[in-house]
Design a protein around this ligand. Sequence first.
Ligand code: NDP
Length: 336
Amino acid sequence: MEIETFPDYLPRLPSDQPGMYNGHGFREEDVMGVWLEGKTLAEKIKEEVRQEVALVKESKGAVPGLVGILVGENRSSQVYLKSKEKACQSLGIWSEIVTFPAGTSASELRAKIDELNKNDRIDGILVQLPLPAGLNPHEVIAWIDPDKDVDGIHPYSLGLLLENQPGLRTCTPQGVIELLKFYQIPIAGKDVVVIGRSLIVGKPLAAMLTNENGTVTVCHSKTKDLAQVAARADLLVAAMGKAAFVGPEFVKPGAVVVDVGINSVSDKARVEEFFGQDPKRQKDLQEKGYTLMGDVDPRLIDKAGYLTPVPGGVGLLTIAMLMKNTLEAFKRRRKL
Ligand code: NDP
């Protein structure tokens, strides 16, 4: 993505002064402790989608359509799908949520997916994960027409990613790449460590970072000396689902740290350990009984060069990328 303007509140990377670089490409005094917020970029992407949807509506008399499939009663899944539907509505994308009870059989679900595959009005189909036990997510995702795989997790989409060919990309990892590009964070030639190897975040992100010419190490629960491996990274990504697991020993001073994790923490003492008496966190605890935090100790802002906040960082980009993918699927299917 081309950068049109660089946000005023961030220091420019001193690309005209190569002699002053430190070992990982940045001059530390210029970049220490910068939060990489995701809202500006997420809003920009959504605004671009909104404008393009309005244009195709006018010129083609059609708008992109997205269907979310929810099986069972998982509360978080309901909330995620609702927020995706809301985003569609705000951008002019047609959307619908199809719900099934937890005991739905594979053949019933397949019949619905087949029907949606054939429905020309539908450009994107997403099956909200996790599925109830008894339904194999790999099997279910593979039933989706790859042209409508707006989550980018169909084996065909993942194959295109490995081949570095154009295709629908997994939303959260693509959001990370777009965020790094937005902030002009270099990837090529950098030592990159990704902690986490799930199919929805870690693995596709590692492939994307490799495609961007990073030198990528993927870590997981069996990695030896995890902190030492992570501390070699110029660019560290945490996608594990463990609140504040990444502490100072994981981070090289001045490194770029991307925190994908979203964890709810309800222990007051723990929240105060990380956030002190921060009024927003205290309000979360009082009103919701928990606050959201990432896999990275937020106090590492004093050690990292850049750090994405949670909430307000990568998470905001996931839905923006889903909207972009839905428009992309619409255009590809109509060869626009
Ligand atoms: P998964 O549980 O599917 O994968 C977690 C990964 O982290 C696994 O590969 C696991 O290793 C690894 N891991 C877990 N514990 C450790 C450990 N102690 N040391 C090293 N590696 C470890 O999670 P997801 O990938 O789905 O999600 C990761 C995080 O990202 C979660 O907090 C989730 O909420 C968040 N998320 C955020 C999104 C967003 O929009 N920002 C979207 C999707 C997820 P192993 O493979 O060996 O088990």
